[in-house]
Write a protein that binds this ligand. Structure first.
Ligand code: APR
Length: 311
């Protein structure tokens, strides 16, 4: 019986828990520092089970002992981005939170695979990997699935076609410098560059890059439906050993000419976590954009390291 711990019972964490249980992927522990909130949300989710017809247990807690023996730990704990606040403003607070969470969860689930969701995503995933001292295959961040899904949504809307036929690939960091790849984005195998003019392709790439901010500006808080669904897709790929080819935030160790950084790259996700990083042939422009994005993440990793030393 699989067990998934979701740290952070906020909007994203609760949505992850909902999908994981309702897709019958695993039993779920929701843990938070707030007393009552994880317990209440877990009970609410349990009370939906008879209607939805699953028997998954969902437990809310403030005690890390309850997370013992988890197969996957999803970290959503942190402060969410507010309007006008850049992802990087969150750096210091969330770094401290992520480090604390990891120490507690690792004690109880030393074999778990980690999926980091807390922003700034790429930097927090690097910090998690460094703190956990686990093989990089077992520590990844969720962003590429979400950013690609946003791109797919906009492609479907633009062309008035079913999103079921749209596949898209977004690499790079989870920020303004992310790298949507129109050449590798298709409607049933037909590249979108064949289906719409270049200026529309660029407009959709821009909307994808600003996808998170667009939602923050509208509802004054950060997105959670699509982020929650994205995490669940990764959890499913791992627990069911599906070998899905999905973009994830992973440790680059020479791939794409990038080293010692966590950044969004195409991966094959299965039982062991990141089974493989897939190397695509990029154009010079795409490669330059990916490098720029990775350089910016590396700079923020350095800033974070300094901030943590200063604490
Ligand atoms: N341990 C456990 N939980 C914590 C801790 C901690 N040290 N610190 C904060 N939390 C909890 C908060 O109590 C809150 O319930 O994390 C939860 C965060 O939930 P929300 O504020 O609703 O934020 P959410 O929208 O879920 O986003 C979570 O995911 O997408 C990212 O940018 C987003 O970093 C943010 C994270």
């Amino acid at each position: 019986m699989s067990k998934v711990t979701v740290v952070g019972a906020g909007f994203v964490g609760a949505t992850v828990a909902q999908h994981v249980a309702e897709q019958d992927l695993a039993d779920v522990i929701i843990i938070d520092i707030l007393e009552g909130v994880p317990q209440g949300k877990a009970l609410d989710l349990m009370q939906a089970a008879p209607i939805l017809g699953h028997d998954r247990k969902i437990v809310g807690t403030n005690d890390y002992k309850d997370t013992k023996g988890s197969d996957i730990v999803v970290v959503t704990a942190g402060i969410a981005r507010k309007p006008g606040m850049s992802r990087d403003d969150l750096l210091k607070t969330n770094a401290n939170i992520v480090q604390g969470v990891i120490k507690e969860t690792q004690k109880n689930s030393p074999d778990a695979i980690y999926i980091i969701v807390t922003n700034p995503l790429d930097v927090m995933t690097y910090l998690a990997w460094e703190t956990l001292k686990l093989p990089a295959a077992k520590v990844m961040g969720m962003a590429g699935v979400l950013d690609s899904s946003r791109f797919q949504t906009f492609i479907g809307m633009e062309l008035n076609v079913s999103v079921r036929d749209v596949r898209a690939m977004v690499l790079g960091g989870h920020g303004d410098l992310m790298v949507p790849l129109p050449r590798y984005s298709t409607v049933n195998g037909i590249s979108i560059t064949e289906l719409m003019p270049a200026d529309r392709v660029e407009a959709l790439c821009k909307r994808t890059r600003d996808g998170g901010a667009e939602i923050v500006n509208l509802m004054k808080s950060s997105a959670y439906y699509a982020p929650g669904a994205s995490v669940a897709q990764m959890v499913s790929a791992i627990l069911k050993d599906e070998n899905r080819l999905l973009p994830c935030c992973v440790h680059a160790d020479g791939q794409y000419g990038l080293k010692d950084v966590y950044v969004g790259l195409p991966t094959v996700l299965g039982k062991g976590g990141v089974n493989k990083i897939v190397e695509l042939k990029l154009t010079a422009d795409e490669q330059a954009a990916l490098k720029k994005s990775a350089d910016s993440i590396r700079e923020n990793i350095d800033v974070m390291k300094q901030l943590l030393v200063a604490v």
